[in-house]
Design a protein around this ligand. Structure first.
Ligand SMILES: Cc1cc2nc3c(=O)[nH]c(=O)nc-3n(C[C@H](O)[C@H](O)[C@H](O)COP(=O)(O)O)c2cc1C
Length: 386
């Protein structure tokens, strides 16, 4: 079945008197989710750094690209599949690591529910270090869909090694090391409301379930001890000197997340990294930067097909996915949209969102005459501002 056939399912459902239960557009999704999220999560998920100019730029950047329609290349069969680290994914979509996913779900098991939606759709989850359930329980719910684990490198090297070892043993198939968040960015909305879920002992299950962390806290720690131990170890300021050590922790493929400069991409690959993740953390970390999409072409050129390139920041529709692929990303990850979909509609709502992204991507490729991923190169898009 083509991903686009999801629309047939929806139209047929409506003929049978069942209208879709979940929203389609991002604006509608965001405002509906904001109404159901607890207040302390609203600013944390929706907000960004500074006056959020970078966050807005991420979204606006997609408006500067247009997909070029090509006719007489219609194909009833489309192939959106992509090969990555020995696995074939049916579509180029992923779920980016989102550290408060667990508590976006009213039952506090949002990480597991995202894994269930991953199993249902084939869209891999990149599980965050900051989960509400232990990483083992989350990957167990992903079915046949591969999952990757995202590491916030702690100061305690034994703890880092333990988290990576646990992820490998549990069945995660790659490690994503986030480089841009060893210190939280300046986030006025959260500062004004005093919101930082981890400081309220939320989303720390991967720490509290870890034997090294347990040694650090001692037995039966109270929440205050857990939080202060976590604060003390959370963010190691990772430098190039750390890469050989991080590389030595696992035989799994390693990706580095937060790469926006071609020299950083090239050097990371030279130093043994297996994949590049171009992202500015959705504008949550450093305001004043350009959009992540603006950095993507140079990063792709520097990688030069040596390794997969994952992209996120500002992806809000299937059209954005097509554009990011045409610019050169191999995989495109969603952030806020899927956190909102999970908060609003649970597993059915998130499954609907992922299927909608797959369907819209597929149908744009169908209508515009780019039936396979290979057809979708730089010729498929134009900058409209030049
Ligand atoms: C609420 C929230 C929590 C996040 N937590 C993490 C995290 O734990 N680890 C990480 O590498 N990135 C994290 N990110 C960044 C996402 O992985 C991704 O880079 C970003 O959401 C992309 O921007 P967009 O959501 O505006 O498209 C988080 C993003 C949001 C919105």
């Amino acid at each position: 079945m083509a991903f686009g056939d999801y629309q047939i399912e929806l139209y047929l459902g409506a003929l049978g008197g069942v209208l879709p239960a979940h929203p389609f557009g991002y604006a509608e999704l965001e405002s509906a989710a904001m109404a159901v999220l607890p207040p302390e999560l609203r600013t944390y998920v929706a907000g960004g750094s500074g006056d959020e100019a970078t966050q807005r730029a991420n979204v606006e950047a997609f408006g500067r690209y247009a997909v070029v329609p090509r006719m007489l290349r219609a194909s009833a069969e489309r192939d959106l599949s992509v090969e990555v680290f020995g696995r074939t994914l049916s579509s180029p979509l992923m779920m980016a690591p989102v550290g408060v996913l667990g508590i976006c779900s009213p039952d506090q098991h949002g990480d597991v529910h995202a894994a269930e939606a991953s199993a249902a759709t084939g869209v891999p989850l990149i599980g965050s270090t900051l989960m509400s359930d232990p990483l083992e329980d989350v990957v167990a719910a992903t079915g046949d869909t591969p999952a990757w684990f995202q590491l916030y490198t702690p100061k305690n090297r034994d703890l880092a090694a333990s988290l990576v070892r646990r992820a490998e043993q549990a069945g995660y198939e790659a490690i994503v090391i986030t480089l841009d968040t060893w210190v939280p960015g300046w986030r006025p909305r959260d500062l004004a409301s005093g919101n930082f879920p981890q400081l309220r002992a939320k989303c720390l299950a991967n720490y509290t379930s870890d034997p090294v962390f347990q040694e650090m806290t001692g037995p039966d720690p109270d929440p205050g001890t857990v939080v202060m131990t976590w604060v003390g170890t959370f963010g190691h300021p990772v430098t190039w000197e750390d890469l050989p050590w991080l590389r030595s922790l696992t035989d799994l493929p390693i990706l580095v997340k937060g790469i926006c400069h071609p020299d950083d991409a090239r050097r990371a690959l030279d130093e043994g990294v297996d994949g590049i993740y171009c992202s500015n953390h959705g504008g949550r970390q450093a305001n004043g930067g350009g959009s992540a999409l603006d950095w993507l072409p140079d990063v792709v050129a520097a990688v030069d097909h040596r390794a997969p390139v994952v992209f996120d920041s500002g992806v809000r529709s299937g059209a954005d996915v097509v554009k990011a692929l045409a610019v050169g990303a191999d995989l495109v990850a969603l952030g806020r949209p899927y956190a909102f979909a999970l908060a609003l509609g649970g597993v059915p709502g998130l499954t609907h969102l992922l299927r909608s992204f797959q369907a819209e991507t597929d149908l744009i490729m169908a209508v515009d005459g780019y039936p396979t991923r290979a057809d979708l190169g730089p010729d498929a898009i134009r900058r409209t501002d030049r």
